[in-house]
Design a protein around this ligand. Structure first.
Ligand code: IYR
Length: 221
């Protein structure tokens, strides 16, 4: 394939002071994001979801292969199937598969095998990692750094949803192959995450937890 390059111009050009102010303002807003486990049934428009998905789709990816697929679930009967399958996995998880050490670190979050949010929240987004795709000739096209890429896209999706005042829960029932089955996804796709999206329930509380300090998460040479 021949290379084609086009000019790039900086989308924004700031002074140092403006950069400091803007980076602070972004941090101040992003640090208000909390994972929410109780949702109201208030709806979220598909226009908003689509814009946030388009933002996620701008993520960098290995060889620009964009190895992600997002399934939007609004249908009550599909949500019910997902809840049933997820709760079955979670019962096994909490009854022993997790192991004591894992359950110990989850303790402060107060989670258990009940997942009513899977039916209550207006939107579920099942995110799939495309490990490979299959072309019309039936050849497998391998994707490079698929997991890293879909992780980055998911982070951008969570940020885009937060930016419009929606709340999310990054739900990872394990194993979650049932999602590929229920949603009829092709071979080569592996469920990455089930993102629960909506508005918080009235009076919802969140765990009193901290984020690590800059000192703890970074080092400077
Ligand atoms: N998937 C289980 C357990 C769980 C695991 C982690 I790591 C969390 O941060 C939270 C929960 C569940 O959803 O309950």
């Amino acid at each position: 394939m021949t290379k084609k390059f086009i000019p790039f111009s900086k989308p924004i050009d700031l002074t140092h002071a403006e950069m400091v102010r803007r980076s602070e303002a972004f941090y101040d807003f992003m640090k208000t994001r909390r994972t929410i486990r109780e949702f109201s049934d208030e709806d979220v428009s598909q226009d908003v979801i689509n814009n946030c998905l388009e933002t996620a789709g701008t993520a960098p990816s290995g060889a620009n292969q964009q190895p992600w697929h997002f399934v939007i679930i609004r249908d009550a009967s599909i949500k019910a199937q997902i809840r049933e399958a997820a709760e079955e996995e979670e019962r096994n998880f909490y009854a022993g598969r997790a192991g004591d050490t894992w359950l110990e670190v989850l303790e402060p979050l107060g989670t258990d095998a009940h997942k009513p949010f899977l039916e209550k929240a207006p939107v579920l987004i099942a995110i799939f990692e495309q490990k490979y795709t299959t072309n019309d000739q039936g050849d497998k096209i391998k994707h490079y750094y698929a997991k890293e890429s879909v992780g980055i896209a998911t982070g951008m999706l969570i940020s885009a949803l937060h930016n419009v005042g929606l709340v999310t829960l990054t739900h990872t029932p394990s194993p979650m192959n049932f999602l590929a089955k229920i949603l009829n996804r092709p071979a080569g796709e592996k469920p990455f995450l089930l993102l629960v999206v909506g508005h918080p329930a009235d009076g919802v509380q969140v765990p009193d937890i901290d984020k690590k300090s800059l000192r703890d998460i970074s080092s400077l040479f």
